[in-house]
Write a protein that binds this ligand. Structure first.
Ligand SMILES: [Zn+2]
Length: 123
């Protein structure tokens, strides 16, 4: 079972003429609305590239909820989306709470995307 991307919010780029948001230290926030087995999640990440020290993974807890851990004994999801970076966060969310976040971020000038193809896996 794959994690489905439903919507996304991107903080606007303020790098100017020289893009520094992949590996130059000027990272921009990205928030994804994900769905897994009927439950919605907010996934908080940024534009930073993966570093070798990024060994976090999304896994399914015993209660069926997705969580992030960097310990070796959790079974990572078999999904290209599961490996994630230090500092990434995932939390169950209701559509109502997501819409609140969306409204607030759009007011701050963020970009909104939908829907996401299941084939699209790059961050
Ligand atoms: Zn930028």
């Amino acid at each position: 079972m794959r994690i489905e991307r439903i919507e996304a919010l991107y903080e606007p780029c303020n790098c100017g003429s020289r893009c520094r948001h992949f590996n130059g230290g000027n990272y921009h926030e990205r928030i994804y609305l994900l769905q897994y087995r009927g439950q919605l999640y907010a996934f908080y990440t940024d534009t930073r590239e993966f570093f070798p020290s990024d060994n976090n993974t999304i896994y399914v807890r015993e209660d069926g909820i997705l969580d992030i851990d960097n310990t070796k004994w959790v079974e990572p999801l078999d999904d290209p989306f599961a490996p994630c970076k230090q500092g990434d966060m995932i939390t169950p969310i209701t559509k109502k709470d997501w819409n609140k976040i969306k409204k607030e971020k759009l007011r701050e000038g963020w970009t909104y995307y939908e829907p996401f193809s299941k084939k699209e896996v790059s961050q």
